[in-house]
Design a binder for this molecule. Structure first.
Ligand code: ADP
Ligand code: MG
Length: 726
């Protein structure tokens, strides 16, 4: 891959202090001048051989010292019986001895003055308590000596920098130089990652397999790459987040300088938890991770392949200003596929200006279509591609472009791609991706050609990448230092109410009081113990009213006929109360109380929710509400702390946002009040972690702020959720 132009997503901001520290402390690991391979072996099938072999054949720029008490020489290098016997200083100790010898070897390395360690050996924390103890002992030694260690139980590290050329792994596939820094939590996946990178001709700056992360973690690597100009994209394969809070802090900072991509495994294995609230039922561990990553500006990929698709685009393309796509094609069908894929992913098909259409008409045949997609028909030449791409990119209404080519009989697809690249360079501010429906030979020929636009075989993956570019571009434009607002509220009163229940569901009156104390608009309500009291309580309320029975064993009141709306007078209320009681008793429930409410008549039903995740803390939900929440699942999640921009994006980010914006002449809902309710609930969730689940369903999102109100709420409290330590 060639050196990338400075138009890309990397900003050259002043170096941050933690980044400098990380670079210094990890230099012995990634940029050693000398490496000792402890446990080097003559046995070709052993890891100890592969490590040495990779160092040698990848032409490590420094000196290599094999350590093995039973060999004179290995791989034509003089071997030493121990680290202590090496006459020269050793920067990096690469350890592949049997597990029970590791602690001794580490001690010996520290005594020798080794400055970095990579421990390949397995059998530690991943195997049980004894292994974990041994691992902790090693970590304590290493940390006390101020030395950094990768692993144990890892595959090693690579640095492709031509000045270093370090391949300290036992992976069979070498890495070529490039601009992606890759960290993998899994060693086995690390091998797969290097294979895919090699197949795609994609290059890396450094690669690290983290193993058990006893000392160095993925967070340290983020900081190592933070200010490294050669690393333009950071890619991570993660199985778990050691410390989500620290990851958030670092990722939000680093992500403003260069994109961070994550493949997080466990997408399908983690189902939704069993819960009786709507929010709890929908909020599985995986949506938490997605919401969390999104708020950190981290791009999530489903597979290693998808991750490289995206990484290559982020490396080669500038960041888009918006999400309006132009499609240029030589065949109608793929143009339609591309349009569908883009629209489904929330991108907009750009409306081309009259000037742009005129310019296109100037050189395209009469049968061509100059709308968007621009269909140049099968006769399109490479020159047509160049001019068409340059022309649509000159349109101020275009932020991104997808160029599609179905290999025609006449022209060579490489010529087409090169022409498209020239067209793209004429503008230089818009990302251009290419979809080349061409042969394997074509793909072989363009491998590693960093001067060409990123290429995909089909429109769908290209559209996915465009959508991610647009999303990351939007995240980068967000205000950087935004903090959650602080609403003045009576937290002591809230705490007293929550403590009254301690464990379980709050009585309805308490749940409404909590909302009111937190400034969430609530419809006027009265709670009564009996039907007579309910009738009396109605006197202070404005008709029409709503009557609801409360029975602790009923989750959804309307399921058992315990809600009647639109009661115009006292007589109607009296009839409703009696009818509800009869229905409840027939269903085997006893009303424990009555709720009489004013009827909210305007607005769409939306839901607000809180659930808690043991690692990530409180999670907020917003979506279309009502009885069918679980069916439509048109909801968005956010983790705390939640900023106003994030709340706004949650509210505007649901699929059914058009409903709230008003269809068929309806007025739009007041979005500001919705975002504010989210922020208030976020504060509630953070300050009162005993709230395990909360559903406000429905909240009526009215056009006028003063009409918006909650009409139903359930709150479950429990003992404080366990949060991971620092
Ligand atoms: P549940 O969710 O337990 O079945 P709700 O209190 O949410 O009971 O009532 C069910 C439905 O009745 C709501 O989704 C809403 O459509 C309607 N409803 C309830 N209370 C009111 C009210 N005060 N104003 C307008 N509609 C209401
Ligand atoms: Mg409800």
């Amino acid at each position: 891959m060639t050196v990338s132009p400075p138009t890309g997503p990397t900003d050259s901001t002043a170096p941050a202090e933690p980044a400098e520290r990380a670079r210094k402390s990890l230099a012995p690991v990634f940029e050693p001048r000398t490496v000792a391979v402890i446990g080097a072996s003559r046995n070709r099938d052993s890891i100890g051989f592969s490590l040495l072999h990779n160092l040698v054949v990848q032409e490590f720029a420094g000196a290599i010292f094999p350590v093995n008490p039973r060999a004179e020489s290995i791989h034509s290098l003089k071997a030493y019986p121990s680290v202590a016997a090496i006459p020269d200083p050793v920067d990096l100790g690469l350890v592949a001895v049997p597990r029970d010898a590791v602690l001794g070897v580490v001690d010996e390395c520290l005594k020798k003055g080794v400055r970095g360690l990579v421990v390949i050996t397995a059998g530690f924390g991943e195997t049980g308590a004894e292994g974990a103890r041994l691992e902790a002992a090693i970590r304590d030694r290493v940390r006390a000596a101020g030395v950094r260690m990768i692993g144990p139980n890892c595959m090693g590290v690579i640095n492709t920098d031509p000045e270093v050329r370090l391949n300290a792994t036992f992976a069979p596939t070498p890495a070529r130089p490039g601009s992606i820094g890759f960290v993998s939590q899994s060693g086995a996946l690390g091998v797969a990652i290097l294979n895919v990178a090699s197949d795609l001709g994609v290059g890396l700056t450094q690669f690290a397999s983290m193993g058990n992360k006893a000392d160095v973690s993925g967070n340290d690597l983020l900081e190592y790459w933070e200010d490294d100009p050669a690393t333009r994209v950071i890619a991570m394969y993660l199985e778990s987040f050691g410390n989500p809070r620290r990851f958030t802090e670092i990722a939000k900072r680093v992500g403003r300088k260069k994109p961070i991509l994550v493949v997080k495994s466990g997408r399908t294995t983690e189902g939704a938890r069993a819960a009786s609230s709507h929010t709890g039922a929908i909020a599985g561990a995986d949506v938490t991770v997605s919401a969390f990553l999104e708020q950190c500006g981290v791009l999530r990929a489903n597979t290693i392949e998808e991750l490289f698709d995206l990484a290559v685009a982020l490396d080669r393309c500038p960041l888009p200003r918006g999400h309006r796509v132009a499609i240029v094609t030589n065949a109608g069908g793929p143009g339609i596929m591309a349009t569908d894929a883009c629209v489904n992913l929330g991108l907009e098909i750009a409306g081309l200006s009259e000037e742009t259409r005129e310019a296109l008409r100037g050189f395209l045949p009469a049968e061509a279509s100059v709308g968007n997609p621009v269909d140049m028909i099968a006769s399109a030449s490479p020159e047509d591609y160049e001019r068409a791409v340059a022309t649509v990119l000159a349109d101020p209404g275009v932020d991104l472009a997808m160029v599609i080519n179905v290999t025609p009989l006449v022209s060579n697809p490489i010529d087409v791609l090169e022409a498209a690249a020239r067209g793209a360079r004429a503008n230089g501010e818009c990302p251009v991706l290419a979809v080349m429906m061409a042969t394997d030979e074509f793909y072989e020929a363009i491998k590693g050609r960093g001067d060409l636009p990123p290429v995909y075989r089909f429109p769908e993956p290209a559209a996915r990448v465009l959508a991610q570019l647009a999303r990351y571009g939007a995240w980068r434009r967000r205000p950087a230092e935004e903090e959650p607002p602080v609403f003045p509220v009576d937290d002591a009163a809230v705490a007293a109410i929550l403590e009254r229940t301690g464990d379980g569901y709050l009585p309805p009156a308490d749940a409404f009081r909590v909302l009111e104390l937190y400034g969430v608009p609530v419809t006027a309500w009265r709670f009564a113990e009996s039907r007579e009291e309910a009738l009396a309580a109605a006197v202070g309320l404005a008709f029409p009213l709503v009557a609801k029975a409360h029975a602790p064993d009923v989750v959804h009141k309307s399921d058992v006929g315990a809600v009647e709306v639109g009661l115009e007078d006292l007589a109607a209320l009296e009839r409703a109360l009696a009818a509800i009681e009869e229905r409840l008793e027939r269903a085997g429930h006893r009303p424990a109380g009555w709720l009489v409410q004013e009827m909210a008549r305007e607005g769409h039903e939306v839901i607000f929710g809180i659930s808690t995740d043991p690692r990530f803390g409180p999670l907020l939900m917003f979506g279309l509400g009502g009885r069918y929440v679980e069916v439509f699942r048109d909801v968005r999640f956010g983790v705390t702390p939640l900023t106003p921009t994030e709340a706004e994006e949650m509210v505007r980010g649901i699929r059914g946002v058009k409903l709230l914006e008003g269809v068929r002449g309806e007025p739009a809902a007041d979005f500001a009040v919705l975002a504010e309710v989210l922020l208030r609930l976020a504060q509630l969730s953070v300050r009162h972690p005993s709230i395990r689940e909360l559903d406000v369903n429905p909240f009526l999102a009215a056009p006028d702020r003063s009409d918006a109100r909650a009409v139903d709420v359930r709150i479950r409290v429990g003992s404080e959720p366990e949060l991971p330590g620092p």
